[in-house]
Design a protein around this ligand. Structure first.
Ligand SMILES: NC(=O)c1ccc[n+]([C@@H]2O[C@H](COP(=O)([O-])OP(=O)(O)OC[C@H]3O[C@@H](n4cnc5c(N)ncnc54)[C@H](OP(=O)(O)O)[C@@H]3O)[C@@H](O)[C@H]2O)c1
Length: 283
């Protein structure tokens, strides 16, 4: 079924979202602070609005994807939101999502907050995921429409939950990136071909190790950090070896040191018999 949808914010991500909705046959109205960014979408059948208020007027479903929450507020201020469903796909903090949900409700609209787990090139392709939280009613009503952009997953009625899980997933990603960059520095210090190392050794190893995360999640939820895998004392000694080896190779272990510090702190408290999952208690 074709819907009237408005997309406010046509940066790299907003433009990709609008394009996917147009391709699915929806009637899409677009607005962007810099109007010229609407031109390629107008060529594909979008209607351009002169103001945010005009765009909100045109769509029952209003998708906002701008830089940050203060920009969302600037864009929506002054528009009549009554009866609309506002879907905010701008990245932010859980507290900002909560405040935005209240503000939108005060203006008579239903609210969904979203966390986009994709880059623009992935939109409308397999593998793209958007997390949603806040109004279950709005999600149930528009789930099929939202699924055009990416797999749509509702994670709860707490408005901040999508933002929190988005940040948690990014945190896991940055941890992996940190480890891979340290590994790259070590491997290149020995003049070993980095691409070969990465493709044939590192990536298969990371995939095999990823399965352990679910085991650790169970241990953390149960508060039971007994281990049959490797205890903290073994990991503490392993970290000492790593850091010393980096220094011998002339490579700074800067991205590893914060992890080493938490392992050292936990073992110094006499908990070296536990598994790595116990580190979460230190955080
Ligand atoms: N790109 C990604 O891979 C990705 C992935 C996940 C989530 N996100 C999130 O998606 C959001 C947009 O990202 P993007 O990649 O599309 O960024 P972008 O290409 O830099 O676009 C930023 C957009 O925000 C608008 N904007 C900034 N300040 C504004 C203001 N004060 N008032 C009105 N509009 C304003 C810009 O308008 P102008 O065109 O006029 O400058 C532009 O439309 C961000 O929250 C980002 O974290 C992006």
């Amino acid at each position: 079924m074709s819907e009237n949808i408005s997309v406010l914010g046509l940066g790299l991500m907003g433009a990709a979202l609008a394009e996917s909705l147009l391709a699915a046959g929806h009637r899409v109205t677009v607005w962007n602070r810099t109007p010229s960014k609407a031109d390629p979408l107008v060529a594909k059948g979008a209607t351009v609005a002169a103001t945010p208020a005009e765009a909100v007027e045109a769509g029952e479903l209003v998708i906002v994807c701008v830089l940050d929450y203060p920009a969302v507020r600037q864009v929506l201020e002054g528009a009549s939101l009554t009866g609309r469903v506002i879907v905010n796909l701008t990245s932010g903090r859980p507290s900002e999502a909560g405040a935005m949900a209240s503000w939108v409700a005060e203006h008579g609209a239903d609210y969904l907050d979203g966390g986009i787990m994709a880059v623009p090139q992935m939109i409308a392709k397999p593998g793209a995921l958007i997390l949603y939280s806040a109004s279950q009613t709005a999600f149930d009503r528009y789930e099929r429409t939202l699924a055009v952009m990416a797999e749509a997953r509702f994670v709860g009625t707490d408005p901040g939950m999508a933002a929190l899980l988005d940040l948690a997933m990014l945190t896991g990603m940055y941890g992996q990136i940190a480890g891979c960059l340290e590994a790259a520095a070590l491997v290149t210090s020995a003049k070993y071909p980095l691409k070969q190392f990465t493709a044939s050794l590192l990536v298969p190893w990371l995939n095999a190790m990823a399965a352990l995360q679910v085991h650790w999640a169970e241990a953390i939820e149960a508060g039971d950090h007994a281990t049959q895998v490797s205890n903290l004392e073994v990991n503490r000694a392993g970290m000492e070896t790593l850091v010393a080896a980096f220094r011998e190779q002339g490579v700074k272990p800067d991205l590893l040191l914060p992890l080493k510090a938490v392992i050292d702190r936990r073992t110094a408290r006499g908990l070296g018999h536990e598994g790595l999952s116990g580190l979460v208690e230190e955080l």
